[in-house]
Design a protein around this ligand. Sequence first.
Ligand SMILES: Nc1ncnc2c1ncn2[C@@H]1O[C@H](COP(=O)(O)OP(=O)(O)OP(=O)(O)O)[C@@H](O)[C@H]1O
Ligand SMILES: [Mg+2]
Length: 298
Amino acid sequence: MARVRREARIVTRDAAPTPHIAHSAAVGAVSPRDASPAPVPKLELRGIAKTFRTDHGDVEALAPCDLAVREGELVMVVGPSGCGKSTLMSIAAGLEAPTSGEVRVDGRPAGPAGPQRTVVFQRFALFPSETVEGNIAFGLTVAGVARAEREARVAEQLELMGLARFRRAWPHELSGGMQQRVAIARALAVRPEILLMDEPFGALDAQTRTVLQGEISRLRRVMNYTVLFITHSVEEAVYLGDRVVVMSSRPGRIRRDIAIPHDEPWRGLEIEDASMREEFIRYKREIWELIRTEIVRE
Ligand SMILES: Nc1ncnc2c1ncn2[C@@H]1O[C@H](COP(=O)(O)OP(=O)(O)OP(=O)(O)O)[C@@H](O)[C@H]1O
Ligand SMILES: [Mg+2]
């Protein structure tokens, strides 16, 4: 009986292309029991498609994709390598123009890239001639934030990311994990409304990755960021996500949108404990199965 109830809770939906507005509202909903009217999504990708024109022909990276992310929601994106995840992220950030479709923020066309949406890339690009403090302050300096406010925000990030002792260190004096924490702190310092993360932990060793996953999970409880987060790790997706979006093989489309409720019994546990729970494993299996069928289809 208990098993039947748990299985019934896995809320997934096939993301068939339907008229944009209706589809966005449906995808933005956390669970079918949530009867309140869907608010305007914080970030919305409407019919985003991308074909790259290259010397050796066209590469269709993305088929039309619809994705709505609510304010404060963390949506994880997984899918086979080369399916267009980074392309989707660059378009969401306003760094790349879609071939068709539109990015909307708060219900309005998003316009070009700006501090409202910041990206943390897989390869952390710190400024080598700036200290940890200088790197974290960078976006604030560019935005013309007054000195006192800048110092307060840098101090806040140093504390949050456990970097206070290293404030005057240079990037080359830091480990890879610490450098990535500086990159995340730099993104958070500007207080973006939307945080876009493209495999931010991909280049890290397993131990550092576990620590940073815990920190992201903790930060989320402290601050109400809207996050779109790409990962290759299904475990990371289930652990951190409010929803996990599974993309098809290239041309990428949104194949499935899986809600992961806040009251799952493993929420609040460390990832190594959470990932051993039966309920957690069920999500992991389902998502792996979807990715596997996409890779086979390729
Ligand atoms: N600037 C570009 N010019 C031409 N083709 C591109 C460009 N950027 C990406 N592509 C192609 O678009 C497709 C999707 O690439 P993308 O980097 O978005 O995939 P991905 O899902 O992020 O892959 P991975 O998981 O390996 O990071 C690939 O076939 C890639 O070769
Ligand atoms: Mg990528």
